[in-house]
Design a protein around this ligand. Structure first.
Ligand SMILES: C[S@@+](CC[C@H](N)C(=O)[O-])C[C@H]1O[C@@H](n2cnc3c(N)ncnc32)[C@H](O)[C@@H]1O
Length: 302
C-alpha cells in the first residue's frame, strides 16, 4: 500500500525522525505497508511517536526469521535472544557442540559426555520455554527443529494469550502461572531442553532502560530483583527435578552475571558452561543434568 495523499511518506518520516526514531525511513515503510486504512496509518504513526515500540505498533516482531505476533504490553523479543535459540537448537541437532566451542567452554564442561545425551535422540524432544512472553523462543525452536513437544509458561495473562497464538502451529501448550507451578507433573524428569529468557535486570537498573522498555513493557518482564538473579536462582534450583538425565537448562543472562549464574548452576547439580556472542552482545549459561541420579541430589538440598 502506498501512503494516502494526506499522509505523504515524507511527512511520516519527518514526524518519526522528530520523535527520535533513528531508522525513520524503514519504520515509515513498515507502518505504511501494515496500515489497512488512512485512519489506521494515522493512529499507528501517533502511537509510534508517543514512544510505543515499533513492534507493538505493527503487531508483530521479526525473530529468527519468523513473524511473531505481538500484543501491546507484551515484551518485544530481542535480537540477542536469537543466540539462546541457536544454542538450544545446536544441542539437539549436533550434541557434539558440547565440546566444539573450546574458547567459551568452562573447564567443568570437559567432563561432559561426548555423545548425544539420552533424550536428545528422541524423535520429539520435550522443550519447555519458561517465562515465555510472546512465545518467540519456543516458536523459533519448533521452526528450527521440526517435531518437538513444546510447553511454555508465563505469569502474565497478556503474554500467555499472545504466546498461544505463536505456538499454535507447533501444537504447543501454554500455561499461566509462576515458573514450574502450572506445568503438568508428568513432565518431571522428561524435559530435554529447558530454555528461559527470564527477567534479569537488577531492580535499580530498570530506571536506566530506554523509555520504550521502561514505559511500554511490563516491569514484571524486566525486573530480576536486587541483583537481577532472583528469578534465575529460583528457576535453576528446581530445574534438575524437571530435566531428563542429560537434559539441558539454557538461560540468557548478562556478561557480568555469567559467573554468579554458573556458580548457581553448579550448586544446583548442573554441569555449567558459558556461551557468548560478541556480535549479538549475548550471553547464555548452559547447564546439563548429569546422567547419574545421585549427582542431582544437591538440587533438593537448596
Ligand atoms: C524478559 S521477558 C522474555 C520473554 C520471552 N522469553 C522473550 O525472550 O521474548 C520475561 C518474561 O517472564 C515473565 N515472568 C516474570 N516472572 C515470571 C514468573 N515468576 N513465572 C513465569 N513467568 C514470569 C514475564 O511476564 C515476561 O513475559
Amino acid at each position: 500500500m502506498s501512503a494516502p495523499p494526506h499522509h505523504p511518506r515524507s511527512v511520516i518520516v519527518t514526524r518519526l525522525r522528530a520523535a527520535g526514531c533513528v531508522f525513520a525511513e524503514d519504520e515509515a515503510r513498515l507502518l505504511i505497508s501494515a496500515a489497512r486504512t488512512p485512519a489506521d496509518l494515522a493512529a499507528m504513526v501517533d502511537r509510534r511517536t508517543e514512544g510505543l515500540p515499533l513492534e507493538q505498533v505493527l503487531g508483530w516482531a521479526e525473530f529468527c526469521g519468523l513473524r511473531i505476533a505481538l500484543d501491546p504490553g507484551v515484551f518485544v523479543p530481542r535480537r540477542r535472544t536469537e543466540f539462546l535459540v541457536r544454542q538450544a537448537a545446536a544441542l539437539v541437532r549436533e550434541p557434539a557442540a558440547l565440546v566444539r566451542e573450546p574458547a567459551a567452554v568452562s573447564r567443568k564442561a570437559a567432563s561432559l559426555p561426548r555423545k548425544a545425551a539420552p533424550g536428545l535422540g528422541r524423535p520429539s524432544p520435550v522443550v519447555v520455554d519458561l517465562c515465555c512472553g510472546s512465545g518467540a523462543v519456543g516458536a523459533a525452536l519448533a521452526a528450527a527443529l521440526g517435531r518437538i513437544e513444546l510447553h511454555a509458561v508465563d505469569i502474565d495473562r497478556a503474554a500467555v494469550r499472545c504466546a498461544r497464538r505463536n505456538v499454535a502451529d507447533a501444537g504447543g501448550h501454554v500455561y499461566e502461572g509462576d515458573l514450574y507451578e502450572p506445568l503438568p507433573a508428568t513432565l518431571r524428569d522428561r524435559v530435554d531442553l529447558l530454555v528461559a529468557n527470564a527477567p534479569y535486570v537488577p531492580t535499580e537498573s530498570v530506571e536506566l532502560l530506554p523509555p520504550e522498555a521502561r514505559i511500554h513493557e511490563p516491569r514484571l518482564a524486566l525486573d530480576g530483583g536486587t541483583d537481577g538473579l532472583v528469578i534465575l536462582r529460583r528457576l535453576t534450583a528446581a530445574a534438575p527435578l524437571w530435566l531428563a538425565p542429560g537434559g539441558h537448562l539454557l538461560v540468557e543472562t548478562s556478561k557480568r552475571q555469567a559467573k554468579p549464574t554458573v556458580e548457581t548452576f553448579a550448586r544446583c547439580g548442573l554441569v555449567p558452561r558459558v556461551a557468548s556472542s560478541r556480535r549479538l552482545n549475548a550471553t547464555v549459561v548452559i547447564g546439563t543434568r548429569p546422567t547419574a541420579r545421585a549427582d542431582v541430589s544437591a538440587a533438593s538440598r537448596l
